[in-house]
Write a protein that binds this ligand. Structure first.
Ligand code: XIL
Length: 358
């Protein structure tokens, strides 16, 4: 009887020390260690005072990105004044927890302040305004933000392959309309002058697979690389709808971009599920969602040029999908509303664990 008691004590002790399920207890961040892959998420500073939010964030991720507070309307609310208070909060949090920071975004057609969009500036004035914006914001975070989405979503949805009509291109534009992607080139050069060490990314939606939009981006990036325009990477947003992801095409797309010598980041991954009026998904969809997280992450982990995987938020409590889909979709992230892990979390972590030795 005595030896049985001894075995019992030993096994209990080992389990308490975590030997029994040490692997399962790893956080995403721990699982990513050694794979060379950064694992990040978008962050809202107002939520940092919520204990469960900030502890989950620090435990699970080694990179973060402000979801909204470095966009023009927040950071540059008046023509002559900048407001870095919320961005600084996020950057301080990252520094305290040993996390890298991605910057989002310097040039976009959305979330711009009225003084800018309604200002009726000339092209010359607009060029000065954007140069000052880029240099001030990138300069403020020099050495603190390691990578920037310099330009976001510059290609059109309807006229696929063409540049989107925006205040920057042609409404009135900064004076380079009709010259292809040269306004984008100017923005990259200004960002590079402000922080020569920062990695500069072009970020886009709906260009994860090989399609006419990603073809156009590919042509632009190839041209930039050939002519020495300072571009270091391409961001695939990866907002997945309808539970479909063509992983083979994503892989082929990654291959052609990384062959140009640029890095690829997943910048905004979420996998939206149909939800009932209470915001609850169908249980069977959660497993399909997990498979998508696992397979997409695995595809990225198998390409050495892919250096970061980032989700657009981490808890279903705070996600843009609800308002974006008028509450018909949701539950898109790896943690549920109560910070419990979902099958999607396991899928992501499985992929990271398997890739440890890449
Ligand atoms: C979204 C934010 O998540 C929301 O909070 C905001 O109201 C609108 O913008 N592509 C992008 C992100 O590049 O900046 C967008 O973020 C989502 C789509």
């Amino acid at each position: 009887m005595k030896w049985r008691a001894l075995v019992f004590v030993l096994v209990t002790a080992l389990l308490c020390l975590g030997f029994g399920d040490g692997v399962r207890e790893q956080s995403l961040r721990e699982a990513a260690q050694g794979s060379g892959m950064l694992i990040g998420t978008a962050v809202r500073p107002a939520q940092l005072s919520e204990m469960a939010y900030s502890s989950t964030l620090a435990r699970e991720f080694n990179m973060l990105e402000p979801e909204d507070v470095l966009k023009w309307e927040v950071v540059h609310p008046e023509r002559e004044s900048f407001d870095f208070s919320q961005g600084d909060q996020i950057v301080d949090f990252a520094a305290r927890h040993g996390m890298k920071v991605r910057g989002h975004t310097l040039v976009w057609h959305q979330q711009n302040p009225k003084w800018l969009t309604d200002g009726r500036y000339t092209s010359g004035e607009l060029a000065q305004i954007i140069e000052k914006h880029i240099k001030t914001v990138v300069g403020h975070y020099r050495g603190k933000i390691f990578a920037w989405d310099v330009v976001n979503e510059a290609f059109d949805e309807l006229h696929v392959g063409e540049l989107r009509s925006t205040i920057w291109l042609n409404q009135p534009g900064i004076g380079l309309a009709g010259n292809g992607s040269s306004y984008i080139e100017r923005c990259f050069r200004w960002a590079h002058e402000a922080d020569p060490q920062a990695l500069l990314f072009y970020n886009e939606a709906g260009a994860e697979v090989v399609n006419p939009k990603s073809d156009a981006i590919y042509a632009m990036v190839r041209d930039f690389r050939q002519r020495g325009v300072p571009i270091d990477g391409v961001g695939f947003q990866m907002h997945i709808e309808k539970l479909r992801a063509d992983v083979a095409s994503i892989s082929a797309n990654i291959k052609r971009f990384t062959a140009l010598g640029v890095q690829v980041h997943i910048t905004e991954m979420d996998v939206a599920l149909p939800v009932d009026p209470n915001g609850n998904p169908r249980p069977e969809d959660l497993q399909m969602q997990a498979d998508i997280y696992r397979e997409v992450a695995a595809a990225f982990l198998s390409h050495p040029g892919c250096t970061a995987i980032q989700t657009w938020g981490f808890t279903d409590k705070y996600s843009w999908i609800g308002s974006h889909s008028k509450k018909t979709q949701g539950a898109a992230l790896p943690f549920d509303r109560y910070y419990g892990t979902k099958p999607a979390y396991d899928g992501l972590r499985d992929a990271l664990e398997r890739a440890r030795s890449r």
